[in-house]
Design a protein. Structure first.
Length: 198
């Protein structure tokens, strides 16, 4: 089994995303997020879609390449928690970390890399949502350092700006000397670590 088993962090990322979405007011849905592709409404949909893809990958399935259908804000927390339960079942076997999945674009990844990928993605987009809705201070501190370790383990240069400038993740930016773990993570993922209004 790989030394760096971050499945617990993946499952925590589901819970953190669900908690943050649950506290999102419908009046915030048209706000922009630090991810240029998404406003808050689209980010909620994307989080649910990513959560479902991570569970599918744990089952050895190729994930859908298209975005998931729209999820109503009131239904999204439950959808995230349900996907989290599916992910915990799908990734429960230690063998899932060493099995491989070939993605729709042709690259093959070990399960441990996919876990890191989705820890980083769910954490980054939860941070995006928190920044967009002025709730960065509500994020639990614990997961940030593990998310950064996962991101460092899986990030390849080609992932940055792959879908346009800053999307899905921009070039790493400098973090403040006194940066918190979340700010260091955000900076690595190409976000301004102290956005105005966050």
């Amino acid at each position: 089994m790989p030394t760096d088993d971050r499945r617990a962090a993946l499952f925590q990322a589901y819970r953190d995303a669900a908690d943050l979405v649950e506290g999102t007011d419908a009046a915030m849905l048209d706000r922009p997020t630090p991810c240029p592709e998404y406003d808050v409404a689209a980010m909620v949909d994307h989080l649910v879609g990513a959560a479902r893809r991570a569970a599918a990958l744990g089952r050895g399935e190729q994930p859908a390449t298209e975005e998931q259908p729209h999820v109503e804000l009131a239904d999204a927390p439950a959808a995230l928690r349900r996907a989290g339960e599916e992910a915990e079942a799908a990734w429960a076997d230690d063998a899932s970390l060493t099995s491989t999945v070939t993605m729709p674009w042709g690259e093959t990844y070990a399960g441990s890399t996919l876990v890191d990928m989705y820890v980083a993605e769910l954490a980054a987009h939860t941070w995006d949502l928190a920044a967009a809705t002025g709730r960065l201070g509500t994020l639990p501190a614990g997961p940030a350092s593990t998310a950064l370790a996962a991101a460092r383990a899986m990030m390849q240069p080609g992932y940055r700006d792959a879908a346009g400038p800053g999307s899905p993740f921009g070039p790493e930016v400098d973090a403040p000397v006194d940066a918190t773990p979340w700010e260091r993570f955000a900076a690595f993922m190409g976000r301004q670590p102290r956005p105005s209004g966050g």
